[in-house]
Design a protein around this ligand. Structure first.
Ligand code: SF4
Ligand code: SF4
Length: 356
């Protein structure tokens, strides 16, 4: 489990255990939920539609065997059901926001009953943007509840009438893979529910989502030119584990994501000019577009690398990077190359010609 989230969650549970520290516990819980929700938002905003119904670990056992869309649906259906039908005894956000229709979901359950290809089929039907809006509304609604929750209410338990209400709602499938949830939730008190559906459950599924999207990026990059349009080497980039490269739809280059359409201006410009990369452009030296903006930290290093590729080709470029990365990590390499464009080019040339 992600050490930082796991540690934070442990502290949350300890703080919630004593009245004197309870409010701090709630505050930290909201912070943890914010961190996790940011991950979900990045994924929802960063990847193409088809990423949400792929199952790169279909045969595995564990949460990562699902899809990205299913994971979001499942986390927030459970939270909505537990928060509203069980605890608050009011209408779920799915109903008040008319989200089933907006999302295009054929079910209102948690999805636990779906298996293998059914998960992919289900995921394909979901409108990810609407799903993300639903997730946001559920998260905010629970946050409001948590903020107003008193320490004395943590021990509130649930009776058979609560079980009946859950069964009647039809939100938990009678399938053996799902029906156990009703007893599981109702045998807990509010504190127990905070411990699982409102925190740990998120951690486990968000981690699984990260594994899924990392694998999708790796798959997308297979056989794709590892040289980025701007002159970077995707093979050596520190983001390469989770970026599918600017030559695929799985591009989550941090520079590209600064733009609303998630398109790096250098990529757009090269595509308009119908060239392979900035290294083929006659304006390279004086260019100040996109990544080459003078105020961009990585501009000089990227340009030095693009100039090297223009002179010596991609194979020589990748070889030089292999050599440099035996001694320096990505950040250090870029720092060394980025002090000055012509100096950076000289360093690359020296490295190419050195016997190291
Ligand atoms: S951030 Fe840029 S250089 Fe790094 S992997 Fe993505 S596209 Fe390639
Ligand atoms: S003008 Fe600049 S951004 Fe466009 S292709 Fe040439 S070097 Fe790249």
């Amino acid at each position: 489990m992600n050490a930082e989230w796991s540690e934070k969650n442990k502290r949350v549970q300890i703080l919630l255990g004593k009245e004197a520290t309870y409010k701090d516990g709630i505050e930290l819980l909201l912070e943890l939920r914010k961190d996790l929700f940011e991950q979900i938002t990045q994924i929802v905003n960063g990847y193409p539609d088809q990423a949400f119904y792929q199952m790169p670990f279909a045969k595995a056992k564990g949460y990562h065997s699902k899809t990205l869309a299913y994971s979001v649906w499942h986390i927030f259906r459970i939270e909505d059901i537990v928060m509203h039908t069980l605890i608050a005894k009011d209408e779920q956000i799915l109903v008040t926001g008319d989200y089933q229709k907006k999302i295009g979901a054929p079910i209102i359950t948690t999805g636990n009953e779906l298996q293998g290809p059914e998960i992919a089929e289900f995921s394909k039907k979901l409108n990810v943007k609407a799903l993300s809006e639903y997730a946001t509304e559920v998260m905010l609604s629970t946050n409001t509840f948590l903020t107003g929750l008193e320490y004395s209410q943590l021990k509130t338990g649930f009776s058979d009438a609560n079980k009946e209400r859950l069964i009647k709602s039809g939100c938990v499938s009678p399938d053996e893979n799902a029906v156990w949830l009703i007893d599981y939730w109702c045998n807990k008190d509010v504190r127990g529910l905070i411990k699982m559906p409102f925190s740990r459950h998120w951690i486990m599924h968000v981690e699984a989502m990260q594994r899924i999207k990392n694998k999708l990026c790796q798959n997308a990059r297979k056989g794709v030119d590892p040289v980025a349009y701007c002159g970077f080497s995707c093979n050596h980039c520190f983001l390469s584990e989770w970026c599918g490269s600017c030559r695929t739809e799985y591009n989550v280059c941090s520079f590209a994501t600064l733009y609303e359409d998630r398109k790096c201006p250098n990529v757009v410009c090269c595509q308009e000019k119908k060239i392979d990369g900035c290294y083929e452009c006659s304006e390279l030296e004086g260019c100040t577009k996109g990544f080459y903006r003078p105020d961009n930290d990585g501009a000089a290093a990227a340009k030095a690398q693009a100039m090297f590729i223009r002179k010596y080709g991609k194979q020589a470029f990748l070889k030089v990077h292999d050599k440099l990365h035996e001694r320096f990590d990505f950040t250090k390499t870029q720092e060394i190359l980025g002090q000055d464009v012509s100096e950076g080019l000289k360093i690359l040339e020296h490295e190419m010609n050195s016997g190291n």
